[in-house]
Design a protein around this ligand. Sequence first.
Ligand code: AHR
Length: 503
Amino acid sequence: MKKASVILDKDYVIGDIDPRIYGSFVEHLGRCVYGGIYEPGHQTADENGFRGDVMELVRDLGITVVRYPGGNFVSGFNWEDSIGPKDSRPARLDLAWFTTETNEFGLHEYISWCRKANAKPMYSINLGTRGVDAARNIVEYANHRGGSYWSDLRRKNGADEPFDIKLWCLGNEMDGPWQIAHKTAWEYGRIANEAGKVMKWVDPSVELVVCGSSHSQMPTFGDWELQVLEECYDTVDYISLHRYYGNPTNDTPGFLARTMDMDEFIKTVVAICDSVKGKKHSRKKINLSFDEWNVWYHSHEQDREITKRSKWGRALPLLEDVYNFEDALLVGSMLMTLIRNADRVKIACMAQLVNVIAPIMTQNGGAAWAQTIYYPFMHASRYGRGKALNALVSSPKYDCTDYTDVPYIDAAAVLGDDGSLTLFCVNRDMNDDYSLELDLRSFGELSFDEHIIIHHDDVKAVNTAENPNNVVPAMGPGGYFESGRFIAKVPALSWNVLRFSKE
Ligand code: AHR
């Protein structure tokens, strides 16, 4: 057995963990909405058509915010299409995914669904084909109490109380040439500033997320953030980051090291935000919204085929990645990367929620089940609340194609408000179990509560409708105390949650 250690101190605090880092994302794409969260006629559907089996899985997952309605979809979306009587809402061609959107599920349904799921709304406005006028109108519709055209229309449509949407995204991935009405950094920075300005005039309590680069490999990454923030620094509150990873060459050690890139991405964006702050002599800090992240590659080939065959279809099975055990390990490491950057990452959304690159899968008219990646998210959301601690990890390291000095042991620690302590940890070693020594002397008396692990002998093992419990959490081997240290055993290739409470 190999050895590694982690030194923890209750006073080595990185920052408060904003519960909004356990957010999710629902886009009008594929079967995320239709056949996912919404399926009237399904045997578990409620009076709104919300699937009850999905709702139960969503609640257990513990999502805190839901970004909606896109994604690429939002850049061609007219929000007014999604309100009023369902039978008079128009069906539109969606040029983002080459499908047809019926608007049967719209703004009011989204708000009701969020309330039922105990999650806060995070609404994206269209800064592709639309602009300042639509932006101010939807804030008036959603958040103004009454006595004006749009707020009274909301009341007429059945919602007397304002929706009180606090978090708003100013468009989506506007640096990407694939985006409907893609813009240059200057064009986007200007419209984001003007739209954001009037949105805050209508409701000064809203918080705004401006689009950063679509990902860190974009040729314009860095320059985009700089130019956009130059235009709208005083208006916005957060800048977005998006990142997906894949393992198309079947290189597990290299795949599990991808969070080295994610961490660098975050640190680079923080540096850019702070450089603009310095240049502007501003006292305001821009924080980060990592509002799309996940593994995404399994479904690429299938999607090319579907799109070729059925242009303009409805609720096609697009982006339906079936996740395996190694994906769950990377997702665990991505969650730990967010926790370790809790001082600046205040919002994050795993993309997406159901069927579309999602922790939850469904069959139309049939079952719903949890994919492998569901479980690390559930653990992080459940036990990763409080303060992120600086975990000083000392571990053997490895080199892979893109990175050198990758620690086999990846860890993050969280101090709960009740004095509890949780250590999350991924053992990236394909062959060796580790004896992990946790130095807990600064915490006084702690009792060991439980060790949860996820492990499977096959890195490609998946959960399916027929076999939904193939990759699930189990009780781990735990450990023992020795002179203020806790010695735990963490098996080769495993996700671990070690929980302690104050005596
Ligand atoms: O989440 C799927 C897509 O990925 C989103 O629509 C877009 O924002 C990103 O490119």
